[in-house]
Design a protein around this ligand. Structure first.
Ligand code: ATP
Ligand code: MG
Length: 398
């Protein structure tokens, strides 16, 4: 029996005229993602993409695992291919769904027919196949409202398919269809989730990380790289910029009033990130901020940091509770890495009493003695770039 995978697109189907372009991008991503497992033929028809292995012993389980990381896929099903004849459809259904049906109590058969020349209508196909399965598995009962197993028969142009497993896809839009965003990533719980969420909306993610050795360690940097590797299962390869931030932080400590340390530091992060974003062709910054989570995430603090960036700042977690963020972090497997206790440059030189309601005018006054311009140039000149992918070892940095 020949097994294939039928993939249902997500929101792409709403895209009207642009739909083909979106589908083409998705097919390209699927092709790249499945590379190296074995030879496959990928075709698209009627809002379904079909992946057909072209060699014996194809590793279906690995292909299924990889497909769960692709945004733009709503759902997919491994399916058995058969001839467009009722007899073959029934034989295939008996064999292919046996494991599923043996352990179930209730089932139903759904049929779809895009080939209107097929001699039976969809309800007739469903009735015939359902009857045959009841004969083979007499313990089963039909339940059309809430069946444990739904066996689907699809009769298409050149062949028919039978399947009974629905695997939830990652949803969202294919990465690359919504432009490029630059993720400010720390080693914390929030920013990897923020990157994942914007990639889900179709953004290609580039990352920027600020480090302050010797206050921050190599282990802290490796932790950030590991987090990026984890989310690259969803986002694809991530170009990552590492910015040396030590001198800026030391100069802030030397030259600025203590209660403004954090806000000034965050403004410099924003300014440097938007400069790098423009060079890297990113149209927005992305942060993991959530309203009221910490002193630098009040409306006035966010207002003061925002105007240091001259491109839009996306904050997908802004209205989420920590618990909700953690639930996503666990699902995408970043949580355990995020809670490793290594320092971030944000926790170096934290003021004892940070301003929770900073006023921009005062912030600018506090920032003036820093004479930031040459420091910013120096940091950008010292920035290094690496590529991080879920398929590769972590980059060698030194
Ligand atoms: P996270 O869990 O993402 O670290 P957080 O709740 O600890 O967030 P902050 O430390 O105030 O909050 O950081 C807020 C946001 O600033 C982060 O979500 C991230 O986008 C960005 N950020 C913090 N530290 C860094 C860093 N070292 N490099 C790049 N971006 C950073
Ligand atoms: Mg943090």
């Amino acid at each position: 029996m020949k097994e294939i995978i039928l993939i249902k697109n997500g929101e792409i189907v709403l895209k009207g005229q642009n739909r083909t372009t979106f589908e083409d991008v998705l097919v390209k991503i699927i092709r790249r993602r499945l590379a190296g497992i074995g030879k496959v033929r990928i075709t698209k028809a009627q809002s379904t993409i079909c992946v057909a292995p072209e060699e014996e012993g194809y590793d279906m389980a690995e292909a299924i695992h990889r497909l769960t990381g692709i945004f733009g896929i709503r759902q997919f099903s491994p399916a058995a291919l058969c001839q467009k004849e009722l007899e073959d459809i029934i034989r295939t259904a008996r064999e292919y769904t046996a494991d599923c049906l043996r352990n179930a109590k209730t089932f139903k058969v759904e049929a779809r027919r895009s080939d209107k020349k097929f001699p039976l209508t969809s309800p007739q196909i469903a009735a015939e196949v359902g009857g045959a399965l009841l004969e083979t598995f007499p313990h089963l009962k039909v339940d059309v409202k809430n069946p444990e197993v739904t066996v689907t028969v699809e009769v298409r142009d050149t062949s028919a398919f039978v399947h009974s497993r629905r695997i939830q896809g990652a949803g969202g839009m294919p990465v690359g269809t919504s432009g490029n965003g630059m993720l400010l990533i720390s080693g914390g719980i929030d920013s990897p989730v923020a990157g994942y969420m914007m990639a889900k909306r179709g953004m290609r993610i580039t990352a920027v990380h600020f480090e302050s050795p010797p206050y921050t360690s190599e282990r802290a940097r490796t932790k950030v790289f590991s987090l990026l590797k984890k989310i690259s299962f969803y986002c694809g390869t991530i170009d990552t910029y590492v910015v040396p931030f030590t001198e800026i932080q030391e100069k802030i400590r030397e030259r600025c009033p203590e209660e403004y340390f954090t806000i000034i530091m965050r403004r410099l992060m924003m300014e440097i990130s938007s400069r790098i974003a423009q060079q890297a062709d990113c149209g927005a910054l992305i942060t993991g901020e959530s309203l009221a989570q910490v002193a630098s995430q009040t409306i006035s603090a966010i207002g003061c940091t925002d105007c240091a960036a001259d491109i839009p700042v996306f904050r997908p977690l802004i209205g989420m509770d920590k618990e909700e963020i953690i639930a996503i972090a666990r699902r995408i497997d970043t949580f355990e890495t995020s809670i490793l206790p290594y320092e971030d440059c944000c926790t170096v030189f934290t003021p004892r009493h940070p301003k929770t309601r900073p006023v921009l005018e005062m912030v600018l006054k506090a920032e003036a003695p820093l004479e930031a311009a040459p420091l910013i140039e120096e940091a950008i000149a010292g920035t290094r770039r690496v590529h991080i992918s879920w398929t590769d070892e972590l980059p060698d940095f030194e």
